[in-house]
Design a binder for this molecule. Structure first.
Ligand code: GLA
Length: 740
């Protein structure tokens, strides 16, 4: 970017305007005479700070509809504008008025935590409702973080029926939306659909982020965007509760996208003097397709979202004993598992569900975060000492928002759950949800977890959450505040995790929710990594990881190698293939390694060593999907180190077919002028040496330019005989540049 300011006051067509500029994008906002805030342009930036240079011409409707703002790209439509589009704000004032009229009170441009920030403060002059729209510009990341603050400056309460984080109005065109969908065991399927007149809504009403949909979206002009080319507008909401994204094709083919806390069953009592702040909407623009959008978001997550303590540290290779022992967590078998894990090169040993309370199955124990004395007669310290003695860190599983009726906590406080007095609660996995909107609930759980962490050397916590919310009542609150529970509960969860992080700054936390039900920029501000899915089957997993990786960085994506036949699908991928798939993010092992053969254990050891060799490039590099597993077999993904000296290519073929020739994958992101050499990950000892494939033979090498133009052959080898077509092939190639 040139040295023009990131935010400039300007004008367009005589209107007051603000131009927000990042490295490669620009957002032009202007104020109409009637007070409406228009998003005149958002997209590729030009090197100009004159609003008029963007030739803004907010579309106008035909004369009979000129009074209306439908089809006009508003940055924050409200119920009260002369418009029928999906609004961001709807309130009812004490006198029954249900329209809001906003007039700009002031604009402010300041640095906030090092980021140029524009705050536009509007006020309803009659009702004294103050609405501040904040735009924080992350110049280097090409993203803008938006949020909204409401303040009741009047003398009577205001009932807020919806307040979303922002709207994105895009000019008339034919658009396509990309979103993530699924269910338990099939999270993060990347889905695209043409946006036709009407609305497409993706949302969660389950109380948490959900496996069914994820608060991330990308929009591209229909047919234009591919993985690496074309314009993409994208956004992610930093919220782990109910959320909504509405894509509305309005009149004249204009697009209105609104994003925020789901208005479903939402109602906020804003008393005089009180304020409400929405979660942030992070939005960006890339002209390098979905892959370019993902790389921008990944960088933003790493630099500006993830907890600072572990942002840059490499995530440890972990072993989790859940699938090996389930609820039967006892010292000796766990120590046996730990010995084998340590011999493989595992760095973090995690015990999962079953170590606490009266937890022998999913019918009891949740809520009692005390070590089970029958399973650990000498305390948990005995196992922790053994694990530490083997050179590994120790981690543990908790599910703090949940309770079983068969628990001491529930027996003492049956009213602490979400409930309505005259309704039977719906049980899921025999558990109910604790209401974290309540101060006493938060204090109790926080204290239990604190004690656990103070009394034991615990390096890692897997924080689980295994059911959606039903009967989400809060009967002890004032009636007009009871629906606030959806939001206050999430704030309560954030509060408890935040306090634990402050007290135990070195703790590494993994967010899990019945598999991958809680990944979003809200929880990622408090946790370091995400359990992607309970489905660990390698072929299914390729699709899950592909989708996940379009929104969230590789260093957050945890993948385990588990046993065959797979618990979810019954399929049997070879061990090497399972490892190669799990290496895409943070490697974990979750099988019953007591039953693995000596050959399997040796293969695992070699794979863990190879992973450690490529881990910095995978976890800290940039990601490029070379062939999409949803459409292509073989598929491939590539990671490039920040200095562009090293790259890893991972290729997979699930099912071979007779007569299909070897595909090639053209690499991306390399330095065209450098030479790159293929490095054997199993023999090269140190990260900065460049051992060639076989000693004594000529190195396999090429230039960055050729690797990006001609590419690499994927699985050039022919199958061994005519009856084989090459199922379950995988290959991980490391290339490094010997050039200085
Ligand atoms: C959830 C998690 C699993 C495991 C179980 C334990 O399903 O996703 O990984 O922790 O709970 O009950």
């Amino acid at each position: 970017m040139s040295d023009l300011p990131a935010i400039a006051r300007t004008s367009c067509e005589g209107r007051t305007a603000w131009l927000l500029r990042t490295r490669r994008a620009a957002m032009l906002l202007s104020l109409r005479e009637d007070g409406a805030l228009i998003l005149d342009h958002w997209g590729a930036g030009g090197a100009s700070e004159r609003g008029d240079d963007y030739l803004p011409r907010p579309p106008r409707n035909r004369p009979s509809h000129r009074a209306f703002l439908d089809g006009v790209p508003l940055a924050f439509p409200v119920h009260g504008d002369p418009s029928f589009k999906e609004p961001c704000l709807a309130v009812m004032f004490a006198d029954g008025t249900r329209t809001v009229r906003l007039a700009l009170r002031d604009d402010e441009i300041v640095e906030r935590d090092g980021h140029p920030t524009l705050t536009l403060t509007f006020e309803d002059p009659v009702q004294q409702l103050v609405v501040s729209l904040r735009f924080e510009v992350f110049v280097e990341h090409d993203v803008v973080r938006r949020s909204v603050r409401l303040e009741n400056a009047g003398a009577a309460p205001v009932r807020v029926e919806r307040v979303l984080s922002g709207a994105i109005g895009l000019p008339p065109d034919r658009y396509e939306a990309w979103t993530l969908h699924g269910q338990w065991g099939a999270e993060y399927h990347l889905t695209s659909r043409p946006l036709a007149p009407g609305k497409f809504v993706t949302e969660s009403r389950r109380g948490f982020t959900s496996q069914e949909a994820n608060p991330w979206f990308a929009i591209s002009p229909a047919g234009e965007s591919t993985e690496e080319h074309g314009r993409v507008w994208f956004g992610a909401l930093a919220w782990s509760g109910n959320w909504t994204i509405v894509c509305e094709v309005e009149r004249n083919d204009a697009l209105n996208v609104v994003v925020g806390v789901n208005p479903f069953d939402f109602d906020w009592h804003l008393a005089p003097g009180e304020s409400f702040e929405t979660p942030a909407l992070v939005c960006g623009f890339s002209d390098e397709g979905l892959g370019g959008a993902a790389r921008l978001l990944h960088r933003f997550e790493v630099d500006a979202v993830l907890p600072a303590r572990h942002r840059e540290t490499l995530r440890p290779v972990l072993y989790n004993s859940w699938e090996a022992t389930h609820f039967d967590v006892r010292v000796l078998p766990q120590v046996e598992l730990a010995r084998r894990a340590a011999a493989m090169g595992v760095e973090l040993f995690v015990i999962d569900d079953g170590w606490f309370g009266a937890r022998d199955s999913d019918t009891a124990g949740l809520g009692d975060w005390v070590v089970n004395p029958r399973k650990f007669p000498n305390g948990l310290g005995e196992l922790i000492d053994a694990v530490n003695g083997l050179g590994m860190q120790f981690g543990i599983w908790v599910e703090p928002e949940m309770v079983n009726p068969d628990s001491d906590l529930y027996r003492a406080h049956p009213d602490w759950i979400f409930h309505f007095p005259n309704r039977e609660p719906t049980f899921v996995r025999n558990q109910l949800v604790l209401n974290f909107a309540r101060e006493d609930v938060r204090a109790n759980i926080l204290e239990q977890l604190r004690r656990l962490l103070r009394e034991h050397r615990i390096d890692f916590v897997k924080w689980d959450h295994n059911r959606p919310y039903t009967e989400a009542g809060w009967p002890s609150a004032a009636l007009e505040r009871q629906r606030e529970v959806w939001v206050r509960h999430v704030w309560g969860v954030y509060d408890v995790i935040g306090k634990l992080r402050r007290e135990f700054p070195d703790l590494l936390i993994e967010s899990c929710a019945g598999g991958g039900g809680r990944a979003d920029l809200g929880i990622l501000a408090l946790t370091d990594q995400i359990w992607t899915s309970d489905n660990t089957e390698a072929a299914d997993r390729l699709l899950i990881q592909y989708g996940y990786s379009h929104a969230y960085a590789a260093r957050t994506m945890v993948n385990w190698v588990t046993d065959v036949p797979n618990q979810q699908t019954g399929r049997e991928a070879p061990l090497g293939f399972r490892f190669d798939v799990a290496m895409q993010g943070v490697l974990g092992i979750g099988g019953n390694i007591l039953e693995w053969s000596a050959d399997d254990l040796e293969l695992a050891r070699l794979n863990v060593a190879a992973y450690k060799r490529i881990r910095p490039i995978v976890q800290q590099g940039e990601q490029f999907w070379l062939a999409d597993p949803g459409r292509e077999d073989p598929c491939a993904v590539q990671y490039v180190s920040p200095d562009r000296r090293s790259t890893v290519v991972m290729a997979y073929q699930v099912r071979g077919r007779v007569g299909r020739g070897a595909r090639r994958a053209r690499l991306r992101g390399l330095d065209p002028a450098r030479r790159y050499r293929r490095v054997d990950t199993t023999t090269s000892p140190a990260p900065d040496t460049t051992a060639v494939v076989a000693p004594g033979t000529a190195p396999v090498e090429s230039t960055g330019a050729v690797l990006m133009a001609a590419g690499l052959p994927l699985f050039a080898e022919q199958p061994p005989d005519d009856r084989h077509t090459g199922d379950w092939l995988s290959d991980i190639q490391l290339w490094e540049s010997p050039d200085p």
